[in-house]
Structures are given as structure tokens and as C-alpha cells.
Ligand binder design. Sequence first.
Ligand code: FCB
Length: 452
Amino acid sequence: MKFDKQFTFGTATSSYQIEGAAAEGGRTPSIWDMFCDIPGRVHKQHNGDVACDHYHRFEEDIQHIKRLGVDTYRFSIAWPRIFPEKGKFNREGMDFYKKLASRLTEEGIKPAVTLYHWDLPMWAHEEGGWVNRESVDWFLEYARACFTELDGIVDSWITHNEPWCAGFLGYHQGVHAPGHTNMDEAVKAVHHMLLSHGKAVELLKKEFGSNTEIGITLNLSPVYANTDSANDRLAANNADGYSNRWFLDPVFKGEYPKDMMNLFSKYVHSYDFIKEGDMEAISVECDFFGINYYSRGIVEFSAASDFLHRGAYSDYEKTGMGWDIAPNEFKDLIRRLRAEYTQLPIIITENGAAYDDVVENGRVHDKERTDYVEKHLQAVSDLNGEGMNISGYYLWSLMDNFEWSFGYDKRFGILYVDFDTQERIWKDSAYRYAEIIRDHKKSHNLQAEVAQ
Ligand code: FCB
């Protein structure tokens, strides 16, 4: 594999998944704290109260990041640390991120900051959360505080992480916080998230006159029909509409896909929550496009399913999540984005895999994860050879953490975390990633100071 000199390597985490210190520093609960408390929602009722205790151990974690040799580290800000109550700014919460970002910068690591990685403050949820259009204003107040305090230290901004998960898993499928199962709510929630994205970009660029790069991250999964039958092709079209086009079309074309609007109208009786000017705001020009890629989808027709599709049998090799390992389909996805949607630089803001790791004599031989990462990095390298302009890659995740409804049962880290002692142990994949980065730097005569 080969990468341009400017290509950036990174690793990623998010606030609720690693920080812990849930009731410290003035933080109030988010919808995830609430969701974790409901029996049956999260594996073994795990929660993020302690997680990786990163809030207290960030200095140590920065040293691991440095040792990896990555150029950049992606983390998210916990909104309820910044605004623990409606309209009430919390200096202590902001200072934590200021310190974190400054320390990273001092160590030569560029901070890439996500504003919303799903920890909506409970006070906002109690007023309707993302379903309430006022959420756009609440988010802008929060974004404004972050830009005021951190723009200049932060190297790039990501407004939202995966509105599909926050919106459809959270408000339609009910498997993520807040756990609702209402498609009408889900479509409104997504609209307000996207609108808040567009308006935050405008705020940074126009009002702050900032040149810091800003974009959104979508999780995309190319969908294939199980057979060539008209029914299965319809199923694939609908699954693609639900997972990908419902987000890509507004962001890049300023419109929701008509076929999906019709399909959703079974539950969404009016689209009049889309106000004049909204679609222009949502499709605002960004500096890059973030993609989280994990797997492909394969579907078949199902008359009994809401939107006429369900997952089909796949004989692909799978990760510990049961997700198909599909680096070739990743290539299809990127080529399609280039053909149909955007020429913006693409950043892979997440890619990685969970496996059931075991520690043996202080080492974790995670060959499968290492293979997974190598295959996807090779795909990135191949795609760039075709001129696809992928400018960076973030491995998910720096360390094992709270994997949402799977709790601590699924390990995505390249650092193993012993959750009893909080010890971090480098897995083989971490050594290999550091080696790939070192080789890259050597090949371009860039300084490399990474682990052997
Ligand atoms: C993505 C999320 C991230 C993590 C990975 C495995 O959907 O953005 O927080 O859970 O999946």
C-alpha cells in the first residue's frame, strides 16, 4: 500500500464511550445515561459511568496516541459537560477539552473534534430532543461555545457523527437512545440534526470567518440485492434509501429522495416540518466529507417488513459483530460517491472491527483485526490510485470502550483495556498500525517517532 505525503493517519473515540466521570466536572446526564438505566436496553446493563476513565487518564492516553505515530486524533465533546442545563455554560467542562486539545497539539497530534456523537443532554430530551425544531438553536448555542473556545486549537470540526444511528436507531428502531420506535419522530429528528449541521457550518465560516475545515460524518453501507429479481432489487433500493440516500441526497443535492418520502409517508403524514430555506442550509458547502465504513448490506424482499426489505443470508467472512468483511464493496461505495454525489476530499473517519480478544502473556494476538485493517487500508490506497482523493483514515478505535447497546462486550480497540484495572495493553494490530505509519513516513522522508 502507498499513500501520498499529505495523507493523514488517525485514530478515533467518542466522549460517552471512553470518558467516564459521568457526574464530575459539572456534567449532567445525557440520553445515554438514561437509556443505560432501562433494564434490557444495554448488554448486562453496562453504562458509561467509568468507561475507560479517560477523563482522568487522558495524559496517559495521549502518550499512547503519540507512540502510535498518528498525525491526528478524533474525539468528541460531551454536550452535557458544556451545557449541563439549558442556557447554562459550564466553564469546567470546556476547560477539560481545551486542555485535551492543547496537549495533543503540543505533542504534534492534530485534534479532530466531533460536536455530536450522540450524548444529547437530558434537559434537551425532556423538551422533545431532536424531534423539537428548537434543538437546532440549542445545538447552535453549543457549537458557538465550542467554536469560541476551541477554534484555533482544533484542526478540523465534524458537526455530527452518523445521523443515521442517532436518528433511525434512536427514534425508529429504538435500539439506541432515546429508544423510541416512531418513524415520524425519526424523520423529524434527522431533519433537525442535518439542519443543525448546515447552520453550524455557516456559523463557523460566516460569523467566525474561520478557515478551520468542517464537515459531517455519515455511516454508509453499500447495499446489494440477494438475487436479480425485481422484488429483491426493490428491496435493495429501499434499503439503500433508508441507510444511505436519505442522508446523502439532502447533504449533497439539497433534497430528500422522492421514492423514500413516499415510502415513509405510511408513517410520516406531513412533511411540513421542512421549512423554506432548510434544504439550502443542509446542503451547505463543506471542506471534506467524512465516512464511517464497516460493512456492506445484502437484502431480500420481505412483504412483512416495513420498507419491504430484510437482511439476507451472506456467506462472507464476518467480524465479531457478525458484520461482513467487505473491502471490495467499500471500493464500490467510494466510486459511487464520486460518480453521483461529491468531489470533496473524503476522510474515512472510522473503520475497524470488533473481535473477542484474549490477553496471553501480556500480548493480544488479534490477527483478524490486523487483517481487517490492512485490507481496508489497501483499498484506500487502491482507490487513491484511481484518483478517488481519500485524504485521511481514522482507525476505530484507539482503545476498547463502551460499545453502545453491546456495552463492554464488543472490543473495537487496537489497545486492549482491562476494565478492572484500566490497564491499556497494545494489541498486535496497534503495533502493525504504528509500523504502517512509520513506513509511510520513511517513504516520504517525514520524521517518524513511533513504537517498534
Ligand atoms: C459507529 C460509531 C462508533 C462505534 C462504531 C463501532 O457506528 O460511530 O461510536 O460504535 O460504530
